[in-house]
Write a protein that binds this ligand. Structure first.
Ligand code: C5P
Length: 317
């Protein structure tokens, strides 16, 4: 019996995010290119010899009750695999939060992904990646991607994943104002209010839009490992509603873009913004330029890299 399991849970950025239409389930049809980054939370699962789960996290904005997605992931596993749950029992889930919260970086989703992978190991279930992704899709649109990570095209609600060729460990600078949070439902709802009249609704139209991205310049740039082209082809529809409502985010994006580098963009529904860099040295220059242009102590800046891993098991015993 495995008593504990530690996992690194990578954050993601969106290199591309296009909203193409409404879905009958109330979500949006999306075409996205997702990229895992090395900025990661450490998630530890420990068997505690009781038939319940407990979440511990010292970050003030992370709930430790049943509203935490990691908790819901554990509950889902217990519901789906009642025999394993009654045999092995629950676990204490400790989250060492390094990914900024409500930032558009899938921090909550990647914690949930880590719990699915960790309990699969601890309970000796031997689930396949597609099985884990199917469970993940019940928890949130980004969870399936977070499990496998790397570089991938995501369609549907974002839960249908097709891996793309893994990119090299390119550097990026990530920025976020600590006190700023953007609600993802708000961003999508506002987008629908403003641009819903342009949505595509017929099946053929949706497929045509997916194909356009699939055989378009961003995916081609990724296949050719052309960092310069990737930087020029960054796109995120949600910027159209978030940037006007959050001038600080618009300013940070502008500073990143004028500081050199390969390109800058907001990730997901924001408010985090990233800038791609050609080298670690260039990333340092962009970070320093952002720091002097915006001397606000509320602005957090990180230098990180693309990674090919979503959830990585670091130890189990
Ligand atoms: O799937 P998840 O819970 O992460 O989504 C958070 C919110 O983002 C949803 O409640 C919805 O408002 C919005 N969303 C959407 N279309 C998607 C994904 C998310 O409208 N494909």
């Amino acid at each position: 019996m495995m008593d504990s399991c530690s996992l690194l849970a990578s954050a993601k950025i969106n290199l591309y995010l296009e909203i193409i239409g409404d879905r009958p389930d109330g979500y949006h049809e999306l075409v996205m290119v997702m990229q895992s980054i090395a900025l990661a939370d450490l998630v530890e699962l420990k068997a505690i010899g009781m038939d319940a789960f407990r979440v511990r996290c010292s970050h003030p904005l992370v709930p430790t009750d049943s509203s935490n997605l990691a908790y819901r992931a554990a509950q889902l596993m217990a519901d789906e695999f009642p025999e394993a749950f009654s045999r092995w029992g629950g676990a204490e889930i400790t989250i060492d939060k390094r990914i900024p919260v409500a930032a558009g970086l899938a921090g909550g989703s990647t914690n949930a992904a880590a719990v699915l992978v960790g309990l699969d190991l601890m309970w000796n279930l031997g689930l396949t990646l597609p099985q884990l992704q199917e469970l993940g899709a019940k928890l949130g649109s980004d969870v399936p991607f977070c499990i496998g990570g790397g570089t991938a095209l995501a369609t549907g609600r974002g839960e249908k994943i097709s891996p793309l060729s893994n990119l090299d460990r390119s550097y990026l600078v990530l920025g976020k104002f600590r006190s700023l949070q953007v609600s993802t439902p708000w961003a999508y709802k506002t987008f629908r209010q403003e641009f819903g009249h342009q949505y595509v609704s017929d099946a053929a139209g949706l497929e045509e839009r997916r194909q356009r991205v699939h055989s378009g310049p961003m995916v081609s740039a990724i296949l050719h490992h052309d960092d310069r082209q990737i930087g020029q082809r960054l796109y995120n529809d949600l910027e159209r509603v978030v940037l006007p409502a959050y001038p600080q985010v618009a300013q940070l994006r502008e500073v990143f873009r004028s500081a050199g580098g390969l390109g800058g963009m907001m990730s997901g529904s924001g408010p985090s913004v990233f800038a791609l860099a050609e080298s670690e040295l260039e990333a340092t220059k962009i970070r320093d330029a952002a720091r002097s242009a915006i001397p606000d102590p509320d602005l957090d800046l990180w230098i990180t890299q693309f990674t090919t891993t979503g959830i990585q098991v670091v130890s189990n015993k």
